[in-house]
Design a binder for this molecule. Structure first.
Ligand code: FES
Length: 112
């Protein structure tokens, strides 16, 4: 992703509360979008534990995404690990909502 550039990722309406949405940006980066009310969070669709996709995981609490593979849990707001076996944080990205569209920008935090 080019530094500072925001790319359109989805319509806000396509991101359903409680259901992670897998998207691929124009530059090939795979993301998982998670909605919490009027906010949308973007994280890498790649678990830092074994690099499997997170987008088929479950939202088990407010903004907490559970990996479907070995059950690690992450706070999508910060990327923080809230339950192992993962030890490294999830990569998170900046998000802007403009005109009903989700735009994803630079990486904010996380490993890898
Ligand atoms: S790949 Fe996600 S917890 Fe193992």
């Amino acid at each position: 992703m080019s530094s500072g550039a925001f790319q359109r990722a989805a319509r806000v309406a396509d991101v359903e509360e409680g259901i992670p949405l897998a998207v691929t940006l124009n530059d090939g980066i795979r993301l998982c979008l998670v909605r919490d009310g009027e906010r949308v969070y973007a994280v890498a669709d790649r678990c830092p534990h074994r690099d499997f996709a997170l987008s088929s995981g479950d939202i088990v609490d407010t903004c907490i995404l559970e990996c479907p593979w070995h059950g690690a849990r992450f706070d999508v707001r910060t990327g923080e690990v809230v339950m192992g076996p993962a030890t490294d944080p999830l990569v998170t990205y900046s998000v802007r909502l403009v005109g009903g569209e989700v735009f994803v920008g630079p990486r904010r935090a996380g490993a890898a």
